[in-house]
Design a protein around this ligand. Structure first.
Ligand SMILES: CC(C)(COP(=O)(O)OP(=O)(O)OC[C@H]1O[C@@H](n2cnc3c(N)ncnc32)[C@H](O)[C@@H]1OP(=O)(O)O)[C@@H](O)C(=O)NCCC(=O)NCCS
Length: 451
């Protein structure tokens, strides 16, 4: 009842108004209540955490086990202890001195060991052998309007793949808990293998002639993804290997990873769990930021031309912020330095497309945006993240349909979420069930503590 405590006499008089009007009236009062709670009691301790942490999206709370990778705020991601530059050195490649094969990263995530080239080649073949997509999946996608967002079509395809879940069958047959990792493994590998044909089907349905391109059995996982999309330039194949590798995993607390783990903890099978991950990835503060970041770069060129001056750029950034938008591709929930995933993409651009106008624009923004975000006084990390860079690289090689880019992030993320799901089952990790409280509970707690 305390929720209604703040209701004014006027609002009580209007109590016969419709539901939405009632809410419209209640919301400002509750927003003020939340602000007061934060400003007056934010630092109050609840055990080892503070009220600020409860209200602030659980930032900084260590609350889950994630074996495959770990993000250091200053240094960035390490996959099983290896940084991105180290992975680029030690993981097997398709081209000498080239980008790592994502199958090698999958092996590393699952086992903690760097595979040999032979092991990676065998895994490429295994994934290809698992990649047949049942016909009904394409029918499900076709049932959606072609104008549906690519992420909607992609996730519908994943849900349709779920029909073949080995885990669901095994669980129904009473497989003991200790063995559940095995059907989880089968589902995860099948899922990872089947995403490239599903993703490329969505692309060609929306943006091309609708005709699918068959996989080429001489190609590795990422190269085949590029080939099935319709891009065979060897530089694009290398880009896809880098793209899939660096987007695969980013410890457990980000939205897509956490969601996959959370849903999986209910013993939902890997398809159900990963479809949830992809839906989280489709949010503009998470994976969809790559779409938004590229659209933003393109809008700058459209408005100012490619010879934009530093002052014009500063104005544009301020205009974006003053219109209430965030600058996509900058900032991070955990990182406090430039994202190493940004830096390795920058290295790739310097090698293959130094003259690209969007790359040159982003290089200028690297100088311009961080000081402005710092000036705002509230942004914890003003530096660029992975999503600032990925879109322009794909765009350079012809994959210019910005709305599609998050789907490729999704294909890649299946490796991290899938690897951890296998370990979740192998380690018998429990149902995830953190405790939540109400504002009233927090207010009373803080009052009692002060007393
Ligand atoms: C990634 C992101 C969601 C992290 O959010 P976070 O952990 O809450 O970040 P912070 O603690 O630094 O946020 C503090 C404030 O700065 C703002 N902020 C952070 N990054 C910002 C950015 N790039 N542009 C404008 N404002 C930003 C936040 O919106 C928040 O404002 P509020 O207090 O008015 O709500 C945030 O940096 C963001 O929105 N970035 C742009 C989207 C993006 O690139 N996402 C991909 C991430 S890999």
């Amino acid at each position: 009842m305390a929720f209604f405590r703040g209701l004014t006499a006027v609002s009580r008089l209007r109590s016969r108004m419709d539901l939405k009007s009632q809410l419209r009236e209640l919301i400002p009062e509750q927003q003020d209540r939340l602000k007061k709670l934060k400003s007056e009691h934010g630092k109050v301790q609840l055990g080892n955490i503070t009220v600020d942490m409860v209200l602030g999206g659980m930032r900084g709370i260590i609350g889950m086990l994630w074996e495959t990778s770990l993000v250091d705020p200053e240094e960035g991601i390490r996959f099983r202890g290896l940084s991105i530059p180290e992975c680029r050195k030690v993981l097997p490649t398709a081209v000498e001195g080239g980008e790592p094969l994502p199958e090698g990263l999958l092996w590393l995530l699952l086992t903690g060991k760097v595979p040999t080239k032979d092991q990676v080649d065998a895994l490429s073949k295994e994934l290809l052998a698992r990649s047949t997509v049942p016909a009904h999946v394409y029918k499900v996608i076709d049932a959606l309007p072609v104008t549906a967002h690519p992420m909607t079509q992609f996730t519908a395809g994943i849900m349709a793949l779920q029909v073949e879940s080995e885990f669901q069958k095994a669980y129904g047959n009473g497989l003991p808990k200790s063995k559940l990792w095995e059907p989880t493994y089968e589902d995860c590998l099948n899922l990872i293998a089947r995403l490239p044909p599903v993703a490329s089907y969505v692309y060609r349905r929306i943006f091309k002639d609708g005709k699918s391109i068959e996989a080429d059995d001489s190609l590795d996982y990422a190269a085949n993804l590029s080939h099935m999309l319709g891009f065979d330039d060897p530089r694009m194949l290398e880009l896809m290997r880098l793209h899939v590798t660096i987007h695969a995993d980013h410890e457990g607390g980000n939205i897509s990873s956490h969601t996959g783990h959370l849903v999986g903890s209910a013993l939902s099978d890997p398809y159900l769990s990963f479809a949830s991950s992809v839906n989280g990835l489709a949010g503009p503060l998470h994976g969809l930021a790559n779409q938004e970041a590229l659209l933003w770069l393109k809008s700058i060129i459209q408005e100012t031309g490619s010879d934009v001056t530093t002052d014009q750029l500063k104005d544009y950034v301020w205009k974006t912020l003053k219109s209430g938008k965030v600058v996509h591709g900058f900032g991070h929930g955990v990182l406090r330095r430039t994202d190493p995933r940004y830096l390795c993409q920058r290295e790739f651009a310097l090698k293959y497309l130094p003259e690209d106008p969007l790359f040159q624009l982003l290089s200028k923004l690297y100088e311009v945006v961080p000081p402005i975000l710092t000036e705002l006084g509230k942004v914890k990390n003003p530096w660029p993240n992975v999503d600032a860079h990925s879109g322009l690289l794909l765009n350079h090689f012809g994959l210019s349909e910005t709305r599609y880019h998050t789907v490729l992030f999704g294909v890649s993320r299946s490796m991290g979420v899938g690897s951890q799901l296998i370990w979740d089952r192998a380690l018998g990790l429990p149902l995830e069930r953190p405790k939540s409280v109400t504002m009233e509970w927090l207010e009373n707690y803080c009052k009692n503590k002060a007393a």
